[in-house]
Design a protein around this ligand. Structure first.
Ligand SMILES: [Zn+2]
Ligand SMILES: [Zn+2]
Length: 257
């Protein structure tokens, strides 16, 4: 009886504490009086701004389409761009549109030391990305690496932290940092034009253990996909090691698509 009373008191204190000090939304930092039930660390407004990538898309690059060819005809539809000029990867997928609260969360996660946001970000993108990843059992996930000097100053690699969570949910393996290495410290891609981005990361990556990749399905993983210059440079390095196929995954998709 006494323990029940104590538990009741503790619960009462906890809810009173939450009412007086509601905590802060992880995205907008506003008082968390009205958390979204699906994501208790986000306010309802921020959660409402989270948008998944569209259902109807090109089977290769995930570019949105006006109609769902797969459902209507039972065939896979590739967009004109992919048919005329096939990308270096076999398939690309992203989970979230890079806007609103997602954009704020990514900024804190990547540039303000909030490594703990990996959990919340992965949770937001899980429904979209995990079923696709899980369809490639035995694949190895390769996070886009940071240069050693950047890793030392930042203390963590954001794509690696996200990849760990997605790999766990999809039952896949994450490659250790020695597999794909960034051998040149490049300028940040932010603010560069498309052709400058390609030049900036050209030859910046190298596979150190080719035998770990040969004949396997490799999934290159990044936090945000913008023009794809970084991903393409990673894929080029990986292709030299003769994988069975290369897939590209990013939590968010930004840009013109
Ligand atoms: Zn908020
Ligand atoms: Zn396409």
């Amino acid at each position: 009886m006494r323990s029940l009373m104590l538990a009741g008191l503790r619960h009462g204190f906890a809810s009173a504490y939450k009412t007086i000090f509601p905590g802060r939304c992880s995205a907008c930092a506003g008082a968390l009086k009205d958390p979204a039930p699906e994501a208790p660390r986000l306010c309802a407004g921020c959660f409402g701004s989270v948008r998944l990538t569209p259902e109807k898309h090109c089977a290769i690059c995930q570019k949105p389409l006006e109609f769902d060819y797969e459902i209507e005809t039972g065939q896979t539809y590739a967009c004109g761009e992919c048919r005329l000029n096939p990308p270096i990867y076999d398939q690309r997928r992203g989970a979230l549109i890079y806007e609103g609260a997602v954009r704020q969360l990514i900024h804190k996660f990547k540039y303000q030391g909030a490594s703990g946001l990996a959990h919340l970000l992965a949770m937001l993108g899980e429904s979209k990305l995990v079923p696709w990843l899980a369809g490639y059992s035995g694949a190895v996930i390769v996070p886009v690496p940071l240069h050693r000097s950047k890793l030392l100053s930042r203390g963590y690699n954001p794509p690696y932290l996200l990849a760990l969570r997605f790999a766990h949910s999809a039952g896949l393996e994450v490659a250790e940092g020695s597999l794909l290495r960034r051998i040149r410290n490049t300028r940040p891609q932010f603010g560069l034009k498309a052709d400058e981005r390609i030049k900036n990361v050209k030859g910046a990556f190298k596979v150190l253990n080719r035998s770990d990749i040969k004949g396997r399905t490799v999934i290159v993983f990044d936090d945000v996909y913008t023009t794809g210059a970084t991903m393409d440079a990673c894929c080029k390095a990986i292709k030299k090691a003769k994988p069975e196929r290369i897939l590209v995954a990013a939590l968010c998709r930004a840009g013109v698509d």
